[in-house]
Design a protein around this ligand. Sequence first.
Ligand code: ZN
Length: 181
Amino acid sequence: MSDIDSLLDRNRAFAESGAWRNTPRLPFLPFKNLYVITCIDPRTDPADFLGLEFGEAIVARAVGGRVTGLVLRDLFYISYLVEQKAPEGPYFEAAVIHHTDCGSRLLEDPELRHGFAERSGYDEAELAQLPATVPADTVRADVEKILSTPQISPRITVSGHVYHTDTGLLETVTKAAHPGT
Ligand SMILES: [Zn+2]
């Protein structure tokens, strides 16, 4: 028996509920016009702390919620799809969320970082940039990275937030702004 087997009953209940019939229209226009970028940490699932329901948001998750090249590529792709396939919109808000007590901070340890770089082949200097040491600072930097990427549609907006694991509260650090502004 695999670990996912114990959840198949929940899947059957979901299928029976019919919730999946209420589907956002392509290309990827979620009901709340929201594209959330957050950490893979099991404590930082936006379905929990934002109460997101079926089809309400696109959710991208990466270590630390950091906007790496792959995260940026996906965001670029979706914003391009909306421009091409649904130019009338609505365009979405990309909400970047970093959090306190993040596991990415374990990479602040030079020994662990060096060992991981050797084992993985990833650039050690790049890995040193990954930890969300001060999440308010890293989230500002990542929002700025998206806003200054010229390929991203200027019709979307981007905002930055910190999720506090000790209170469950989300704090807005940068208000929604359009790329190129
Ligand atoms: Zn984290």
